[in-house]
Structure formats: C-alpha cells, structure tokens
Design a protein around this ligand. Structure first.
Ligand SMILES: C[S@@+](CC[C@H](N)C(=O)[O-])C[C@H]1O[C@@H](n2cnc3c(N)ncnc32)[C@H](O)[C@@H]1O
Length: 271
C-alpha cells in the first residue's frame, strides 16, 4: 500500500486467510446484501477476489469489476478467479486507488460493494467523495465494516483482550481505524450520500450454538495472528504474548459455557 502500513500484510498465508475468512463470514455478511436484478457491480478493495467469487457464484447474471491497490493481491485474485471456473467475461480486475481512481464520471455500475476496506484507508471520506464523483446518482452502495471495540468473550481473557487492544491501537497508528463501523453513518451523511440504513450485525454465540461459536474462536485466532508480524516490526512486542493468547483461546474452545460476541456494521446507501 502506498498510504500507511497495511496491518495484515500481503504474504501467501494472509492471501489464503482472506479466502478462508470469506468461507466463514459470508453467511453473515450476505444476510442483508441483496444483489438480485443487478448487472454491473464495482467491488472496491477486492483483495484476492474472495468476495467476487462468492457474489459471482450466487448471482449468475452479474458482472463484477474488482478495483484493488496492490499488484500482489491482483495477481492472486486473477489466479483465484481462474481456479474458480467462473467465465472470464463475467469479471475484470483493475489496479487503482479508491481515493483517486482517475476515472471519468458516470461509470456504468448499478452497485458498489466494499467489505473490510475503509478501515485501512487514512482518508476514507475521500473514497466516498470519489465514488460520488464517478458514479450515477442511483448507484446502490453496500458497505461492511469493522467495529473492533465490539469484541467480547465470556469468560473475559486478559491476554486476548490485551492483544486485541494493541491491534486496535496499531491500526490507528498505521493510519486506519479498527472502529470505523461506528462512524459509518456519519461518514456517509457528511459526504452527502443518502443512507437507507446503517446497522450493527451481532455475531453472538454461546452454548446454544457451540459449532458456530468455536468456528469463530478459531477464525479469531487467525485474524489476530495476521497482524503479528507488522505489530512486532513496529515495536509492539506481541510475539512473547502469543503463547498465552493461544492458551486462552484453547480454554475458550474447551469451555462449554464460553461466549463469543462481535458486531460488525453494515450500511446500504444510494450514491
Ligand atoms: C482486508 S482486505 C479485504 C479484501 C476483500 N474486500 C475481502 O473482503 O476479501 C482490504 C483490501 O483493500 C485494499 N486497499 C486498501 N486501500 C485501498 C485503496 N486506497 N484503494 C483500493 N484498494 C485498497 C488492500 O490492498 C486489501 O487488499
């Protein structure tokens, strides 16, 4: 990335994690997102193509353009899309910066999807202004964002919570915002984008649904681990803590009374 430090990095492990992440999270992310009848989608910050593959499979009439800053991600997205067997005519991948696309106005998209992207962009308001500049005023916009302060476990685990707080701090020191979901409505409002709704999406699992709960604990382990190298390189001293984090995660996995809670934030708007 040209702006700031990208918390998760671009290693092969991380690229694989992005694919697996979507296998787990898509059942929650797409509960409200409805692309029925849509034809041309722009996915901003498409990463390695995980969301594109999901949407193209779910909606057979869709064409998706993936816009991505990092060349390495685009290379992996090309490979993943080819391996998915989805015909090439149904998608295109473009390298570019969402804050300044250089595109002409009134692009022919009917929908924009943006998932886990604004949290990494220092001037995220500029992304919304840029979308407003280039798109038709009836373009639908679906944004899914993090709200990391909304993570909790029962029992509370000190090493996990400490690591998590450091991750939040590191992301803001890197120019991003791990709690951006909280500001999503305000950001849309201040850029003059008409918001249909902004809503928290709680993922709340306990003894009533131990399979989903433990799947999330395991996913959380990879999510936290994905930032460990960047944090270590930037003086956070988290590697010595990791062993304790793993011990606590295993305790949560083995405890039949444990609870997982996280809430991401989603918005539907019209440009
Ligand atoms: C956490 S990944 C999410 C990828 C994808 N949306 C998904 O859910 O799998 C965030 C992606 O946004 C990209 N990105 C960050 N800043 C960007 C910018 N200014 N313009 C375009 N892409 C950007 C990063 O390179 C990264 O691939």
């Amino acid at each position: 990335m040209s702006e700031g430090i990208y918390l998760h990095g671009y290693s092969e492990w991380e690229q694989e994690r992005l694919l697996q992440q979507n296998d787990i999270l898509s059942k929650y992310i797409y509960q409200k997102i409805d692309l029925t009848g849509k034809k041309r989608v722009l996915e901003v910050g498409c990463g390695v193509g995980a969301q594109m593959i999901y949407m193209l499979n779910k909606y057979p009439d869709l064409h998706i353009t993936g816009l991505e800053l990092e060349e390495k991600q685009l290379e992996k997205a090309t490979e993943n899309l080819m391996n998915s067997g989805i015909p090439k005519e149904r998608y295109s991948l473009i390298q570019g910066n969402a804050t300044q696309t250089g595109w002409e106005t009134h692009q022919d998209f009917d929908t924009v999807v943006m998932i886990w992207v604004l949290e990494h962009i220092p001037d995220c308001e500029q992304v919304l202004r840029e979308l407003k500049r280039i798109l038709r005023s009836d373009t639908e916009l679906w944004i899914t964002e993090v709200y990391h302060q909304g993570f909790a476990t029962y029992p509370a685990m000190p090493a996990i919570l400490d690591f998590w707080q450091k991750m939040i701090l590191f992301q803001s020191q890197s120019g991003g915002d791990a709690n951006i979901g909280l500001r999503l409505g305000q950001l849309l409002h201040s850029t003059g984008i008409h918001t249909e709704w902004v809503t928290p999406f709680p993922m709340f699992f306990d003894a009533r649904n131990p399979v989903a709960r433990n799947e999330m604990f395991l996913y959380w382990k990879d999510l936290m681990y994905s930032s460990i190298d960047s944090m270590e390189q930037n003086g956070y001293g988290v590697k010595v803590q990791w062993n304790q984090v793993e011990i606590e995660l295993n305790q949560l996995l083995e405890d039949t009374n444990s609870v997982f809670y996280y809430s991401f934030i989603q918005a539907k708007a019209i440009i």
